[in-house]
Write a protein that binds this ligand. Structure first.
Ligand code: APR
Length: 284
């Protein structure tokens, strides 16, 4: 493990455009369950995962009913509400520190908990949205959830909440299964994957698409640059070689398919701070 920590620090120091990709695993040490780990939400409640696959269709068909179900006292949605109160852990803080010293350009996270921002990361792409926001299904505008009194709308039978710009239906900013990734975030993420020469993947099972495509885009830039109609930096700038470092409790398809250059098995809250310490040591 020590040798891999040293190698990751050396690779980070030598990188020109390093980005981090994160999943629910980086937040488990903040007390938030992941989805597919041994204590995962889907692992323990497979019926909830099935419901989650149907949620977007129900929202589109009957937004009022969907919102009323979500705001019922014991709804699954209330659980997500809880995660907004958690605190960042040493893994989040380590990534924020790497950004602060100019060694990490962006974090692309699947997590909706907002913990990277709470830890101090500035450039965070919330690939699956954020629990603290509402988003308009018509014009895509986002609003802080705190600006809407959802409980009052619920009591007064005034759901769904409406967009202040176009009066469209608002939904939680979190991306549902079957819902498109918001274009702004999707494009920025592909661009970052095409530009990076180092990708640090932390705490994700890498089984949910299109997020799990990002490491493959980084690994096969030329092919994707052509396919994406040249999206991303001019080919000259996109570094074709990339170091993909995976930090996870368990191996994933990225490990097995050798998309990752190397795999550091362990807890992100332990491994990432050790990489930061090693970076500081090597830069002395
Ligand atoms: N340190 C490192 N790895 C961890 C830790 C930890 N402290 N805790 C859990 N893990 C690992 C688990 O072993 C698992 O491989 O993190 C991974 C988390 O995987 P998932 O639970 O599948 O979470 P994620 O990859 O983020 O899921 C992607 O699925 O349900 C959707 O929208 C949801 O964004 C989520 C998406």
């Amino acid at each position: 493990m020590e040798e891999l920590i040293e190698r990751a620090a050396t690779d980070l120091i030598g990188s020109k455009y390093a980005i981090a990709l994160t999943g629910a695993g980086i937040s488990t040490e903040s007390g938030i369950h992941d989805f597919r780990g041994p204590d995962g939400i889907w692992t323990k409640h497979p019926e909830a995962e099935m419901e989650a696959y149907e949620a977007y269709d129900k929202l589109v068909r009957n937004p009022k009913h969907h919102w009323e179900k979500m705001l019922e006292p014991n709804s699954f949605y209330r659980l997500f509400e809880e995660i907004g109160n958690a605190d960042p852990n040493r893994g989040h803080l380590a990534l924020a520190e790497l950004e602060k010293v100019g060694m990490l350009k962006a974090v692309i996270t699947q997590n909706v908990d907002g913990l990277h921002q709470k830890a101090g990361s500035q450039n965070v792409l919330e690939y699956h949205g954020g629990v603290a926001k509402l988003r308009c299904m018509s014009c895509g505008s986002r609003f802080p959830k705190s600006e809407y009194d959802l409980e009052k709308l619920y009591r007064d039978g005034q759901l769904p909440p409406r967009c202040r710009k176009c009066n469209g239906v608002l939904k939680g900013d979190g991306v549902y299964f079957g819902e498109a990734i918001p274009t702004d975030v999707a494009e920025a993420s592909v661009e970052a994957a095409l530009t990076c020469d180092l990708m640090l993947i932390c705490g994700t099972s890498a089984v949910v698409y299109p997020f799990a495509e990002l490491p493959r885009i980084a690994r096969n830039k030329r092919a994707y640059s052509r396919r994406w109609g040249g999206l991303g930096p001019p080919a000259g700038e996109a570094s074709t070689n990339v170091t993909i470092i995976e930090v996870n409790a368990d191996p994933t398809p990225l490990t097995q398919e050798r998309i990752s250059s190397y795999f550091i098995q362990g807890k992100t809250g332990e491994v990432l701070p050790r990489i930061v310490e090693e970076v500081k040591k090597q830069r002395r």
